[in-house]
Design a protein around this ligand. Structure first.
Ligand code: 3UK
Length: 527
């Protein structure tokens, strides 16, 4: 048998990772647990009542890998997953990797047009989907010239569940190397077509060790629950790779994350780690005004996807006694590369570099920015995607000599903490001075009437850019002249004088991406 071993030396800071010359990442993430005595331990639990031990997980991963081979998929072929959070997601993802096939999990909230684009762009040989998405999938397929093999996870005699049941439970891992392509994730981007970020075998090891073990102190005693779904790089780490790396348990919920569903899941499954996004924390805080769920099993909360305003951090701590660790990650980096730590917190900041990552802030003249000055954030590290699939221009533009241009504007303070200022195109110059929409939003969210807010720059009558705020109120019937005046005063008291919004718009909801990021560019096109 080939040795797919991996040596992790945690006595070094950062830990050093040494991969055997032949390395298939399904071995340490899946097979290792049976040889290390965790065969009967529960790897995952779902809200549908499914419980999967590490032994059953390893068997079903093998069956699924064999089923993909039996269907004719070969090494390097892509299989697209439009699959909800469920046990089969794990089987397909790891079965593919073990068999040398490239799994490509895709956002389940997209529409037929987006699926048609991704199916064609990826040149996938197979598509596996949950029955919930069959309407969008069918109409995507109607738009395609070359049809992939299409398999529904459940229902009917050709379903994946039937194929898995019929396939052999023995599978030798394909002999790969740590640098070989392993899986792809489509980065949604706020504009333009999605781009396939090509990740290597080693990337999940890097994020699991440097972020989950070193920052979250994750161990096999933990139970992880991610409100962010598995198709999102953030959820893929939180809800699958991190718990599998240490032999912990993951809790999956296949419904829409709402304050009610997340609180219920926490009470029922008693996770020790909870992963959310800022808009969900804000909605949960609102719900906490009228209900008191038991969150006592949670030892730590995590936030990413968007910057977490200091005010939400503070209120969550007051209401629940829990800390939220904010960190910035991306699809290209696979997971979080700047983070707060339980013993090194700076509310309102993204924290410091995660070990294993190098960071640079580059100003407009192409030089390293001085402390306090904003610039574009560039990162380097071992989990960053090798390239964008079939997109050499975009690859060349953002991936430069080992560095990745995140597209985010950041500054670093004298103490070394990193502060998010917005996407490059969100920054505005007001009166000649750089002004971060995020800083104004963070001020407005402190106000008790404000539920959500987005700030953009808009040219006034003489063409000068001024901040404007779009606000969702806690209580929509509170829209009056006096609230506008009060919010303006609130900003003027707490921000540099030129930063207060000149206009306030009260709206029912803000435009967001499927992963919950506010689309400021959509607000800019409103008049
Ligand atoms: C923004 C943040 C400020 C930022 C992600 C954790 O969000 C993730 O990946 P995406 O590819 O988006 C990346 C972009 O989102 N962002 C994310 N987190 C923060 N901005 N503070 C934050 N804490 O613009 C970044 O470039 O969807 C998050 C782990 C894995 C991920 N993929």
């Amino acid at each position: 048998m080939t040795d797919h071993s991996l040596i992790v030396d945690s006595t070094q800071q950062p830990s050093t990772l040494q991969f055997a010359p032949v390395f298939n990442v399904a071995v340490p993430f899946i097979d290792r647990h049976c040889t290390e005595g965790r065969a009967e331990k529960i790897a995952l639990r779902t809200n549908q009542g499914v419980e999967v031990s590490y032994r059953l997980l390893a068997e079903n991963v093998n069956r699924c890998g064999n089923a993909l081979r039996d269907l004719g998929l070969e090494r390097g072929d892509r299989v697209i997953l439009i699959v909800k959070d469920c046990a089969e997601f794990f089987y397909i993802f790891w079965g593919a990797i073990k068999a040398g096939v490239i799994p490509v999990p895709v956002n389940t909230l997209l529409r037929a047009k987006d699926y048609a684009y991704i199916l064609a762009d990826s040149g996938c040989k197979a598509l596996i989907y949950s029955p919930e998405y069959s309407l969008e999938v069918q109409s995507a397929l109607e738009q395609l010239e070359n049809l992939p093999l299409c398999i529904c996870v459940e229902g009917g005699k050709d379903s994946l569940q039937v194929l898995i049941a019929q396939a052999s439970a023995e599978l030798e891992p394909v002999a790969a190397t740590a640098d070989d392509d392993c899986f792809w994730l489509y980065s949604s981007g706020s504009t333009g077509n999605p781009k396939g970020a090509v990740h290597r075998q080693r990337d999940m090891v890097v994020t699991s060790q440097y972020y989950a073990v070193e920052i979250l102190d994750l161990s096999e005693d933990d139970i992880c629950f991610s409100a962010a779904k598995l198709f999102f790089a953030y959820g893929l780490g939180n809800g699958m790779t991190f718990p599998l790396w240490v032999g912990a348990t993951s809790v999956l919920h296949d419904g829409r994350p709402t304050p009610q569903s997340t609180f219920e899941t926490i009470e029922k499954f008693k996770p020790t780690l909870y992963f959310g996004v800022p808009t969900l924390y804000a909605a949960q805080l609102q719900a906490l005004a009228t209900e008191r769920p038991d969150l006592s099993t949670v030892r730590l909360c995590v936030s990413a996807g968007e910057a977490l305003p200091a005010d939400i951090f503070n209120r969550w701590r007051e209401e629940t006694g829990l800390i939220i660790l904010d960190g910035i990650g991306s699809t290209e980096a696979l997971h979080i590369f700047i983070s707060n730590r339980a013993d090194d917190l700076m509310p309102g900041s993204s924290g410091r570099a995660v070990s294993g990552y190098q960071l640079r802030i580059i100003d407009d003249s192409g030089h390293e920015a001085a402390p306090g000055d904003p610039g574009r954030l560039w990162i380097r590290g071992d989990s960053i995607a090798r390239c964008y699939w079939k997109n050499p221009e975009k690859t060349a533009k953002t991936m430069i000599e080992g560095w990745f241009d995140t597209g985010d504007t950041y500054f670093q303070d004298e103490e070394g903490y990193y502060y998010y200022c917005g996407r490059n195109d969100d920054m505005m110059k007001v009166g000649g001075i750089w002004c971060s929409p995020f800083e104004i939003e963070a001020k407005l969210i402190e106000h008790h009437e404000v539920l959500e807010v987005a700030v953009i720059g808009r040219a006034d009558g003489v063409g000068l850019i001024k901040p404007e705020a779009y606000i969702v109120l806690q209580n929509p019937s509170a829209v009056t002249e006096s609230i506008t005046e009060e919010l303006r005063k609130h900003c003027k008291e707490g921000l540099a004088p030129y930063k207060y919004p000149r206009q306030f718009h009260f709206v029912d909801e803000l435009p967001k991406t499927a992963t919950g990021k506010i689309q400021r560019f959509r607000l800019r096109t409103l008049v």
